[in-house]
Each structure stands twice: as structure tokens, then as C-alpha cells.
Design a protein around this ligand. Structure first.
Ligand SMILES: [Cu+2]
Length: 126
């Protein structure tokens, strides 16, 4: 229902990506792969796989490299508006191939969202 997105950002265009602070790490991919949240939001990544993943910065506008064992979680508060690239250093790459995602915060929107998992869109499962 498109009406869900109407109340997002006052005066701005609708942000690309799912409005959530909860990201799953499942089947060696992030879900969802395109996320939007407010500037004060804390994103929580939960590893629903049994294997180890990482939440690692793939863009130089933030810093994180956290190992997340199966069943565990990690969090990050970005603070400022921006688009932040994320990847798993086990199953993805900093070029956003494989296990990777984008987080847009505040007024920023994702201009080139990642696909659900196809290789053509920079996704894909290994
Ligand atoms: Cu991984």
C-alpha cells in the first residue's frame, strides 16, 4: 500500500528503501538490502544464520567492522544524514557484490538501490 510511505519525510521525496531499524542476516544476505531510518535511529543487525557474518563499512563515511556469530546481533547509530554502504566481509565485498546493503539516514535517499539478490544488481548468493 503506497499510503504507508506518505508520512515519511516532510517536504522531501519518498525515501528509497524499507523504513526499518531491524535488518536480518539470513541465507548469506542482508534483508532488507535497502533501508531508510531517521537520524537518531539505531540500526540492529540480527544474524539468523548459524554461520558467522560481519557488519563492515563499505563506504568511507562511517566506521564499523563487527563480527556477528550465528544468533547474535550488532548495532550502530549513524547520526547524520547520509547513505552508508555495508557488507559482510565473509560473504560479500566492499564493491557491494555478494552480501551487502545500503542504509540511508535522514534526508538522504538511495539513488541506486541494490536488488533483492540477483547478480546483475550487485547481489547474489555465494
Ligand atoms: Cu556473511
Amino acid at each position: 500500500m503506497s499510503t504507508l510511505f506518505v508520512t515519511g519525510c516532510l517536504g522531501g521525496s519518498d525515501p528509497v528503501g524499507e523504513e526499518t531499524t531491524d535488518v536480518s542476516m539470513v541465507d548469506e544476505q542482508f534483508d532488507p538490502r535497502n533501508v531508510h531510518a531517521d537520524t537518531d535511529a539505531t540500526i540492529t543487525w540480527t544474524n539468523e544464520d548459524e554461520t558467522r557474518h560481519t557488519v563492515t563499512a563499505a563506504s568511507d563515511n562511517w566506521e564499523k567492522d563487527s563480527e556477528v556469530p550465528g544468533g547474535a546481533e550488532t548495532t550502530h547509530t549513524f547520526g547524520g544524514s547520509g547513505v552508508y554502504d555495508v557488507y559482510c566481509s565473509v560473504h560479500g565485498d566492499a564493491d557491494l557484490s555478494g552480501m551487502s546493503m545500503k542504509v540511508s539516514i535522514g534526508d538522504e535517499t538511495i539513488e541506486d538501490p541494490l536488488g533483492d539478490g540477483s547478480d546483475a544488481d550487485g547481489g547474489g548468493y555465494y
